[in-house]
Design a protein around this ligand. Structure first.
Ligand SMILES: [Ca+2]
Ligand SMILES: [Ca+2]
Ligand SMILES: [Ca+2]
Ligand SMILES: [Ca+2]
Length: 248
């Protein structure tokens, strides 16, 4: 039987192997139950939103420093048994969709990313469904990489709608949650029924491009204490903890 000390020595001998499922400093967000599901219409007047706390999208993962008028963002989460609901309020001075094909270089257009790990397992999710990284395009499509390693349209998982209100964009999402045994192209995938006390992995990010060939900034809701800061599309260990609660 391995003791922790022996295991630690073995890990060190393997060369900085980090066996922990999550990076240090993950956030905990408590999402309240929505007695009445928000209407996904880009308007934030639904009663459920007033019960949830704001969380900032403020960790600069890529690109130079930027002004609040260039980008700023925050979000809230609520849930029902059927879906997870997220509202994101964004300031972005220029909306830019250079690659009109949603499956081509989608991360280099303005793009809202929603990272979800149904069981908060952490770990690799690049070519599997241990977690999903929905890249929401300005035309409300949800793109992630399928188990065949190619970009795939998962828009049937996410009802998405945004509207501009003065200087801000209100972006609402209603998301079906799937376990890691999700099978691409199968008609038999069934979303999880959500319940109070469930803990999932969640991270929100925004790719801001205002007219460049490549995205100018990539800003997320979780810190990245070490390693490449843009690796959330591979590493679910960066996601924060999302706890479903009855009320805050
Ligand atoms: Ca609404
Ligand atoms: Ca901008
Ligand atoms: Ca997982
Ligand atoms: Ca932009």
């Amino acid at each position: 039987m391995f003791s922790r000390a022996i295991l630690l020595v073995l890990c060190m001998a393997a060369g900085n192997v980090d066996a922990r499922p999550h990076s240090d400093g993950r956030s905990l967000y408590k999402a309240p139950f929505a007695a009445e599901a928000p209407v996904t219409d880009g308007n934030i007047d639904d009663p459920a939103w007033s019960t949830a706390r704001w969380r900032d999208i403020n960790y600069r993962w890529l690109g130079p420093e930027y002004a609040e008028t260039d980008f700023s963002g925050k979000f809230k989460v609520v849930w029902t048994e059927e879906r997870l609901y997220i509202v994101v309020v964004i300031v972005d001075d220029i909306l830019f969709d250079s690659h009109r094909d949603p499956l081509v270089q989608y991360w280099d257009d303005d793009c809202l990313e929603v990272f979800l790990d149904e069981d908060y397992s952490g770990g690799d999710h690049q070519h599997n469904h241990n977690a999903f990284a929905y890249h929401m395009s300005l035309d409300n499509r949800a793109i992630d990489i399928g188990t065949n390693g190619e970009a795939r349209d998962y828009s049937h998982h996410v009802n998405s709608q945004w509207r501009q209100h003065g200087e801000t964009i209100v972006w609402e999402l209603a998301i079906d949650i799937y376990k890691s045994d999700y099978i691409d192209e199968s008609p038999n995938n069934v979303p999880v029924i959500l319940q109070s006390g469930k803990v999932m992995g969640l991270m929100i990010a925004y790719c801001d491009n205002d007219g460049s060939e490549l995205r100018e900034n990539f800003v997320g809701s979780e810190s990245v204490p070490s390693g490449p800061k843009d690796r959330g599309w591979i590493d679910a260990g960066l996601f924060g903890a999302l706890e479903l609660v009855e009320s805050n």
